[in-house]
Design a protein around this ligand. Structure first.
Ligand code: AMP
Length: 145
């Protein structure tokens, strides 16, 4: 199973914001879309950072509501780990485990943002794969018996 297989099923929409959007805009977007992270892109569409719900919690814990009026660029993670469509599910899980994050933007061969995979997508895919394998095994055993 590769990243491209997950994207083909879930779609390639990426919710993004410019770096000068404020933290309040980001929280509204995260809540409205029921997602955990937003990619911060510059006008050319390049990835400038990622802001997750954890960053919002950290900002509110340290700066209280004052943070809500400040730009997301103050709180985003600037060095973003990305993956390619050809990367395997195992590569992705390794990246998330090592990096301790739950979202990985996908870039195509030209370096353009073409999707995002969350830990929820990974878990869903693993459950589907396991269920399919179990069903195949049951059919195999029933046919053999
Ligand atoms: P998450 O587990 O995705 O909510 O993110 C936890 C922390 O890692 C937050 O500070 C995020 O900004 C950061 N983060 C999330 N995804 C990535 C990524 N792909 N590369 C680097 N940092 C990330």
């Amino acid at each position: 199973m590769q990243v491209i297989d997950i994207l083909n099923r879930k779609g390639r929409d990426v919710t993004s914001l410019p770096p000068d959007a404020n933290l309040s805009d980001a929280t509204i977007l995260l809540a409205a879309k029921r997602i955990g992270a937003v990619v911060i892109t510059d006008p050319a569409g390049s990835i400038g950072g990622i802001l997750s719900e954890r960053d919002v919690v950290r900002a509110l814990a340290t700066e209280s509501v004052r943070a809500l009026a400040l730009p997301v660029s103050n709180y985003m993670t600037r060095t973003v780990a990305t993956c390619l469509e050809g990367d395997s599910l195992e590569d992705l899980m390794e990246m998330m485990t090592q990096g301790r994050f739950r979202h990985v933007p996908v870039q195509n061969a030209e370096g353009r943002l073409c999707g995002i995979i969350s830990i929820g997508d990974v878990v869903k895919t693993l459950i589907e794969e396991t269920t399919r394998e179990a069903s195949n095994l049951r059919q195999y055993i029933a046919a053999a018996g």
